[in-house]
Design a protein around this ligand. Structure first.
Ligand SMILES: NC(=O)c1ccc[n+]([C@@H]2O[C@H](COP(=O)([O-])OP(=O)(O)OC[C@H]3O[C@@H](n4cnc5c(N)ncnc54)[C@H](OP(=O)(O)O)[C@@H]3O)[C@@H](O)[C@H]2O)c1
Length: 236
């Protein structure tokens, strides 16, 4: 039975992907900071899910996640999904509080690489997949998105350099960045406080794009959900 570690599995995209993998019979390790939501997600996902409460920015919690994965002997999929938007409303860079900038880089950049470092032997053992969840804010200069966008740009570069470093020696391993596009989630609502975001798609709508990467295992790189979904439609 394949094993996935998905950070931020209690809501939004992480929960939508976890639900799809549970339906496929995967064993799951998920985390989140909020206890009731995480317990509720774990109960919905079923007995093959291990839910660990914690903050990915905490090195001790990351070790706990990796040690739990080590209990399976190998790891087929690591999804660095948990992420921080930073302050809401989004501050312009000219006034961006530097303590907040440091904090979101810890969650969105340092924590994902930390988890990759800890789980790499397990991922290698499975010819597994590293999936770093990115954003269009990594590449588009939207006013207000400089703090969060800079974390996702850094994560994209980590994805690309890791692929270059690991690819030649470990051709079975996959390293992907995945840009899901706008989704109707709590994070997105915090980015647009007081606005109606009901026109944004549900997170489950992009899960087929993630599953496509897992099933087809295309070359390492950064993939957009919109492109993968459009390609699926034109092929069918
Ligand atoms: N929504 C969008 O429009 C959009 C667009 C582009 C990219 N993305 C990316 O997609 C990913 C998922 O976002 P989402 O919109 O699904 O977010 P979401 O609905 O707010 O869910 C975030 C999940 O991560 C957990 N989490 C947040 N910070 C954490 C931390 N420090 N440690 C552990 N768990 C943490 C949350 O639980 P707790 O709060 O209880 O910890 C929750 O389970 C993120 O990487 C985001 O940057 C989203």
């Amino acid at each position: 039975m394949p094993v996935a570690l998905i950070t931020g599995g209690s809501a939004g995209l992480g929960l939508a992907l976890a639900t799809a993998l549970a339906e496929r019979g995967w064993s799951l390790i998920i985390d989140a900071r909020g206890t009731p939501e995480l317990r509720s997600a774990a109960a919905t996902l079923g007995p093959e899910t291990i839910a660990l409460i914690g903050d990915v920015a905490d090195p001790a919690h990351r070790r706990e996640l990796a040690e739990t994965a080590a209990g399976f002997g190998a790891l087929d999929l690591l999804v660095n999904n948990a992420s921080s938007l930073g302050p809401s409303p989004l501050p312009a860079l000219a006034n961006y509080p530097l303590a907040d900038l440091t904090a979101i880089h810890q969650v969105n950049v340092v924590a994902p690489l930390g988890l990759i470092q800890l789980t790499l032997p397990l991922l290698r053992a499975a010819d597994g997949t590293i999936m770093n969840i990115s954003s269009d804010a990594a590449v588009e200069p939207y006013p207000g998105w400089g703090g969060y966008g800079s974390t996702k740009a850094a994560l994209d570069q980590i994805t690309a350099v890791l692929a270059a470093e690991l690819g030649p020696a470990h051709p079975g391993l996959r390293v992907y960045g995945f840009d899901p596009g706008d989704l109707r989630t709590a994070m997105h609502q915090r980015a647009f406080p007081g606005e109606d975001i009901s026109d944004r798609p549900e997170p489950a709508t992009v899960v087929p794009a993630l599953l496509r990467l897992l099933d087809d295992r295309p070359p390492n790189g950064r993939y957009r959900a919109a492109d993968l979904l459009a390609h699926s439609q034109s092929a069918s």
